[in-house]
Design a protein around this ligand. Structure first.
Ligand code: 2HA
Ligand code: ZN
Length: 274
């Protein structure tokens, strides 16, 4: 089968396009990766032409020999759907999880995303935590979430609680909460380590003054998570623009009642009295 005909590739392209349409991917902002299933890799392997091995910049031994579909460094989400073979690539990891090589794509040259260390370290953590179910890692420059990192304390418990309060669906969509990474230089191993530490506990992490990372089992769940958090952030930005306080809101006891009916566990650390 041609790579572009595969369902997982079509799903990846659609998600990239959806993110672009949301306004989260100015210029070359953001990146997306998908851990390819064995039978999916098998179905398109006839097209692979492996290039030389390159260092990942970190070590992900549990992902040894896995294949990933990833956006290219410096490539624009805006272009993914019209020239996917120029914008994305399939990479293979070596048997130590220390090097990668391009097997398909980036036909005009280039490298996988500059955030490859963060993507792969998050994949490693989430694969373990989910018993192998999580396959998608998504980084986007979500406008309203970024705006909030200038006015809210950069604490997991503050962001979780404030975002939960803005839309009743939020505690059901991300019951474990959301993490916050303080401002750090992007692209390297340090920010990858800090993010993957938070991803042991959460499915989403905010990068202060930069954007967000989300993890999920498939494209729908991962895009849906990013979309839900960002929508909630938009409501909070609107609310704070109208007045600095709330006349009424969802209370800690409301959240506890919701948890019972929706069969989710909401950690008490987020249900503090203000
Ligand atoms: O330009 O978003 O964080 C890609 C990025 C880097
Ligand atoms: Zn970014």
């Amino acid at each position: 089968m041609k790579v572009l005909d595969a369902e997982f590739v079509q799903g990846f392209i659609r998600m990239a396009d959806d993110g672009w349409k949301q306004g989260w991917h100015e210029r070359n902002g953001g990146n997306l990766s998908y851990r390819i299933k064995e039978q999916e890799a098998e179905s398109v392997k006839e097209n692979f032409e492996p290039k030389e091995w390159q260092p990942i910049g970190t070590s992900v031994p549990k992902l040894a020999r896995e294949y990933f579909l990833v956006t290219g460094s410096g490539k624009y989400f805006r272009n993914v759907s019209i020239k996917p073979e120029d914008s994305v690539c399939i990479i293979e990891l070596d048997d130590k999880g220390e090097n990668y090589r391009i097997a398909w794509g980036l036909v005009n040259g280039g490298r996988p995303t500059s955030e490859l260390p963060s993507h792969l370290m998050n994949h490693e953590v989430k694969m373990e935590a989910s018993g192998g179910k999580h396959r998608v890692i998504y980084h986007a420059h979500t406008t309203n979430t970024i705006a909030l990192t200038f006015v809210l304390p950069l604490e997991d418990k503050v962001f979780t609680r404030e975002l939960w309060e803005m839309a009743t669906e939020c505690p059901v969509v991300f019951p474990d909460g959301i993490g916050v990474v303080p401002w750090m230089v992007p692209g390297g191993r340090d920010i990858a380590v800090a993010t993957s530490e938070l991803m042991k506990k959460y499915d989403a992490a905010i990068w202060a003054h930069h954007g967000m990372f989300a993890s999920g089992e498939d494209f729908d769940l991962t895009f849906g998570l990013m979309h839900t958090v960002e929508k909630s952030a938009e409501i909070l930005v609107k609310m704070l623009s109208m007045r600095p306080d709330k006349l009424q809101t969802i209370t800690p006891q409301n959240f506890r009642d919701l948890a019972v009916d929706f069969h989710v566990t909401l950690p008490e650390e987020f249900l503090y009295e203000k």
